[in-house]
Design a protein around this ligand. Structure first.
Ligand code: ADP
Length: 652
């Protein structure tokens, strides 16, 4: 036997498992059965391409409980593992979720063991219930088999072994029963039945049970449960009792009429395919009839997975079946990226069993199914928005930023995505508004959807840009997710025939046409009067702004920065620059409040002495505070502080 050390992370994880206070230790069986089921899926799939890899007998999972030896064995005739596979898969942690799990337990300290159920740490969960784990595996297509054995301490042993056929056998040397620690009698028929039914009923392969009962003195028979009284007598050999009917129902739940299935069974199915311990938030069950037929059973998880924004997400998309035969996991072609959090199963009637990922991209049927699924999911979410606002808001908090990624794609039906959008607004600090609600309560004469995008909600809420809108009673929507700056910056188009307008861009003149015309005239007139002052201010800060003009949007503040219609917002510009894009420098416009005393005093000062250095200083002060009010950063903060201090010294 050759010994190998576990990779450092694996050791850490094993330690956690062994000392776990986690009460739900029975989930180890779910993890092992899921692994077996995956291995069977892989074997079936590979055999489609290479018939030599097909199993001789029925693909199945076998449990063997040996009461006297106190072992539980889980065997499958799936794809199996070679020696190298064993080292790679059972000696190191491959899955990113597990590393994340470890990170969180490090942060979380004592309470952490509950996370085990949340992350589903797979094979290593065996060490919660076993002192020693022995794996014998043979890869399909190979002759050699290997034994892997470990007590869960720092190392594992490997040696050559033999196995009649390809597959994997995992034997657990069970710890003593300890109901307080959640270690039930995992050799007991009824315990096993119940755990399998609870977590693995939908596994598509039969899970069969064989019980090896110790021979017992006749007197004890009457009280010991699960033993076969007629078969065992004093001094006899242990009995083998195979239970014929599989422990699981194996029903393809999506083929059954929705009304005939318990909600709890749907939830259990969801947990089986996703390994998410929480119930899903939403279920969408649909069938497509007509030219091609397909059924789908989809779920929206209650919580966003930790890797929702990772490029190389492991768990993505839905499973594809063809006529009840599993084809592939994580079929991304069936849903757009902005619905990548949706999980579930799609079962198509007319696809070839040999369909490959490359073929899927062009397949017309897949495109048609995808279109149908998008519509169904969106409709279901819209219904949730109508029926249960609180639940919808939870959904939106979890997945809203992902949904809005759909707005970046001009090929998508934006109106449909906009129907799902919620946003904070200037009307109420505590509520989110849907766009439909916003449009509905727009006052007569308001002809655009006004919004402000930026990284921080409280900065937006206090933005000087809102002043005139507030006064007019016009609601402004706030968008604070990074993705918002991008879709808004691209030109968001229209919603319900209303154009989108950023309150930080272009000229802001509110009211009906007459009012606007009047205001414009007034502003132009005052601008003409003050043109020399505005010129002087501009030349003091000409590196920073492209224009200094009077504002129609300010009521209380003295100044603000605005951008030309169509310009990127400052936060988006910064983001794109950081991403390495060459963004041409675009300067903002400094707008001044014509009704503010500062402007009056400046104007008087300018009349008295156009060369007064305080004019240029004021320009820099006005510009600086406008930058800060936007949540922006000053190029020369200490220079700005000096100016402010100088001013304080004068006035105090
Ligand atoms: P996960 O199943 O999430 O990948 P595990 O730690 O449970 O994490 O398993 C690690 C890997 O070991 C699996 O991805 C798989 O490649 C391999 N494996 C585990 N159990 C089996 C099995 N019964 N048959 C074949 N391979 C298996």
């Amino acid at each position: 036997m050759e010994t190998h050390a576990f990779q450092a992370e694996t050791q850490k994880l094993l330690g956690l498992m062994i000392h776990s206070l986690y009460s739900n230790k029975e989930v180890f069986l779910r993890e092992l059965i899921s692994n077996a089921s995956d291995a069977l899926d892989r074997r079936r799939f590979q055999a489609l391409q290479n018939p030599a890899l097909a199993a001789e007998g029925e693909l199945a999972i076998e449990l063997i409980a040996d009461r006297a030896a106190r072992t539980l064995t889980i065997a499958d005739n799936g794809i199996g593992m070679s020696r190298a596979d064993l080292i790679e898969h059972l000696g190191t942690i491959a899955r990113s979720g597990t590393l994340e799990f470890l990170k969180r337990t490090n942060e979380g300290g004592e309470a952490a063991p509950d996370l085990i159920g949340q992350f589903g740490v797979g094979f290593y969960a065996s060490f919660m219930v076993a002192d020693e784990v022995e794996v014998v595996s043979r890869r399909a297509g190979e002759e050699a088999a290997t034994r892997w054995i470990s007590k869960g301490a720092g190392e594992y042993g490997l040696e050559d072994a033999s196995r009649d056929a390809a597959g994997t056998t995992i034997r657990l040397h069970l710890k003593a029963v300890d109901s307080e620690a959640g270690i039930a009698d995992f050799c007991d028929e009824w315990v096993l039945r119940q755990v399998v039914r609870k977590y693995s009923d939908f596994v598509a392969y039969p899970i069969r049970l064989t019980l090896i009962e110790p021979a017992k003195p006749a007197a004890e028979d009457a009280t010991s449960e699960g033993s076969d009284a007629s078969a065992a007598g004093p001094g006899e050999l242990p009995t083998h009792r195979s239970i014929d009917a599989p422990l699981n129902s194996m029903k393809a739940i999506w083929t059954r009429p929705e009304g005939e299935v318990d909600a709890a069974d749907f939830d259990a199915f969801y947990k089986h395919i996703t390994r998410d311990p929480a119930d899903p938030m939403l279920r969408v069950s649909t069938s497509i009839e007509g030219n091609f037929e397909a059924r789908a059973l989809l779920f929206v998880p209650a919580r966003a997975p930790y890797d929702l924004y990772h490029r190389e997400r492991r768990h993505n998309g839905v499973q594809l079946y063809v006529r009840r035969v599993f084809i592939m996991d994580e079929c991304r072609e069936l849903l757009p990226d902005w619905l990548r959090f949706v999980r579930g199963v799609v079962d198509a009637e007319d696809l070839s069993l040999n369909v490959s990922r490359e073929m899927l991209q062009q397949d017309r049927q897949i495109q048609a199914i995808r279109k149908h699924l998008v519509k169904k999911v969106v409709d279901r979410l819209k219904k949730l928005l109508q029926d249960d606002r609180e639940a919808y808001e939870k959904f939106w908090v979890e997945f809203g930023p992902v949904v809005k990624e759909g707005l970046l794609d001009y090929g998508e039906d934006r109106e449909r995505i906009f129907d799902l959008v919620l946003a904070p607004s200037s009307a109420d600090e505590t509520k989110l508004v849907s766009l439909a609600e916003y449009v509905e309560r727009m006052p007569a004469g308001q002809d655009a959807i006004y919004y402000l995008a930026g990284p921080k909600l409280d900065v937006l809420r206090r933005s000087p840009h809102l002043e005139a809108f507030r006064e007019k009673g016009i609601e402004v929507l706030f968008f604070v997710d990074p993705v918002d700056e991008v879709w808004a910056g691209q030109g968001p188009g229209q919603y319900k025939d209303k154009p989108w307008k950023s309150v930080g861009h272009g000229e802001a003149l509110l009211g009906d046409d007459d009012e606007k015309a009047k205001k414009k005239e007034e502003l132009e007139k005052r601008e003409a009067d003050l043109s020399n002052l505005l010129q002087a201010l501009r030349s003091a800060i000409q590196d920073d702004v492209k224009e200094v003009r009077l504002s129609g949007r300010l009521k209380a503040s003295a100044a603000c920065l605005v951008h030309e219609e169509g310009d990127l917002s400052p936060a988006l510009e910064a983001m794109l620059r950081q991403a390495g894009q060459a963004i041409p420098e675009r300067k903002p416009i400094l707008e001044l409040n014509p009704g503010h005393p500062v402007l009056e005093r400046l104007s008087a000062r300018f009349e008295a002495d156009p060369a007064d250095p305080r004019i240029a200083e004021s320009a820099r002060l006005l510009f600086g505070q406008a930058v800060l009010a936007e949540g922006g950063q000053l190029d020369d903060p200490s220079g700005f502080a000096e100016l402010v201090n100088g001013l304080m010294a004068q006035t105090l």
